[in-house]
Design a protein around this ligand. Structure first.
Ligand SMILES: NC(=O)c1ccc[n+]([C@@H]2O[C@H](COP(=O)([O-])OP(=O)(O)OC[C@H]3O[C@@H](n4cnc5c(N)ncnc54)[C@H](OP(=O)(O)O)[C@@H]3O)[C@@H](O)[C@H]2O)c1
Length: 184
């Protein structure tokens, strides 16, 4: 089992954090509100980390809205060196979540990767799973995408350890002919 850090204290942070603790991982939750971080940590059976300090986990799950992702990663700077950053964000906006905010030819994960230290690797995962569904338990499919094989293998193993079925997004897309929207 491994050390996992989660930046963000909302629904997805709690859903992933709860499953990770249940599955035997050591989990650190981190938020900009230190009091809330301690409350969430206590509720999950996790520890509370310090926002902006080097995360304890090898995997750092970035569980903040897309708009906050780049500023948070930029603020962490070299504290995220060598980490595997898991970007779970969806880049939708607007009243019905129908507007893609990433420009043509880019993606949320790409923007995060550009803001992260060169030695960090960004892997996209969990963005296609609803938090309230994840929180109910049971098996679900989790698409995993990334351009570093080792980082992708770490996230794939983590997803599997939670009792979920990881699917390599590229292989899955090739098999099914599915065309991804430019959200990921
Ligand atoms: N909800 C879902 O079902 C779902 C499914 C798949 C993917 N996602 C993605 O998961 C991510 C988190 O979603 P969520 O539903 O967990 O959101 P949420 O419940 O609104 O929680 C967001 C968390 O991010 C923190 N945050 C927001 N802006 C921040 C900033 N600039 N710096 C630091 N922390 C910041 C908030 O801090 P405070 O506690 O201080 O407000 C809060 O703890 C999003 O990117 C979303 O697209 C969500």
């Amino acid at each position: 089992m491994s050390n996992i850090s989660i930046i963000g204290l909302g629904g997805m942070a709690r859903a992933i954090g709860a499953r990770a603790v249940e599955s035997g991982h050591t989990v650190e939750v981190i938020g900009r509100d230190a009091v809330k971080a301690k409350e969430v940590a206590a509720a999950l059976g996790a520890t509370a980390g310090t926002f902006g300090a080097t995360p304890a986990g090898e995997l750092v799950i970035l569980a903040v809205p897309h708009a906050g992702g780049v500023p948070v990663v930029a603020q962490y700077g070299e504290a995220l060196a060598d980490k595997v950053i898991v970007d779970i964000s969806n880049t939708f906006a607007g009243p019905d979540d129908t507007v893609l905010v990433t420009p043509e030819g880019s993606s949320g994960a790409q923007e995060i990767a550009e803001a992260a230290p060169a030695s960090a690797h960004v892997v996209k995962a969990f963005n296609t799973v609803f938090g309230h569904v994840l929180a109910k338990g049971g098996p679900l499919d989790v698409l995993v995408a990334g351009d570093d094989a080792g980082a992708k293998a770490s996230v794939t193993a983590f997803v599997e350890s939670l009792g979920l079925r990881p699917l390599d997004a590229v292989a899955w897309r090739w098999r099914t002919g599915w065309r991804a929207p430019a959200c990921c």
